[in-house]
Ligand binder design. Structure first.
Ligand SMILES: [Zn+2]
Ligand SMILES: [Zn+2]
Ligand SMILES: [Zn+2]
Length: 159
């Protein structure tokens, strides 16, 4: 089974994407984008993004960063995934859906692709006559590392 880490996730360049939308490229948008692209496998919160932008643009008000994040999400350039009321993270939008696996112990966030879910759409159709749209799902549980560190939780073959 191919893992998501084997998968190439090219993010579009911000200037091209913004020009396509007829928008002006501001320094701040570029810094937000660069911060996200610099850590493609992290899922950054708005606070973490604001902190990174302010390292480069110390005069920027965090609330301006938050507003700009909202605009970039509305424009389809960024994806915001909400994890309950008080946690949300941002990443560059990709061309194909990703489901998120969130570790409730260490906060780590991983991706899995459609294949990992099997024929979910077919099962929902059969069970409820429901036509699944382009949903991206978020699952909560324990990541592999945290699971391994749980006493007696699972035995890894060969270790
Ligand atoms: Zn992918
Ligand atoms: Zn974990
Ligand atoms: Zn993600």
């Amino acid at each position: 089974v191919p893992r998501d880490s084997d998968h190439v996730h090219a993010a579009p360049a911000l200037p091209a994407a913004l020009r396509g939308a007829g928008r002006r490229v501001t320094r701040q948008r570029r810094e937000i984008w660069d911060a996200l692209v610099a850590e493609p496998d992290r899922h950054l919160s708005a606070d973490e993004i604001a902190e990174r932008v302010r390292r480069r643009l110390p005069l920027v008000n965090p609330s301006t960063v938050y507003r700009t994040l909202d605009v970039l999400v509305d424009e389809g350039l960024l994806l915001r995934t909400r994890l309950g009321a008080d946690r949300a993270f941002y990443e560059p939008a990709r061309e194909h859906p990703h489901h998120h696996l969130v570790c409730e112990r260490c906060g780590r966030v991983d991706h899995v692709h459609e294949e990992a879910l099997g024929d979910l759409a077919g099962r929902l159709d059969a069970a409820a006559g429901f036509a699944l749209g382009g949903a991206e799902l978020t699952f909560f549980g324990l990541c592999a590392d945290c699971r391994d560190s749980e006493p007696g939780s699972r035995t890894t073959p060969g270790s």
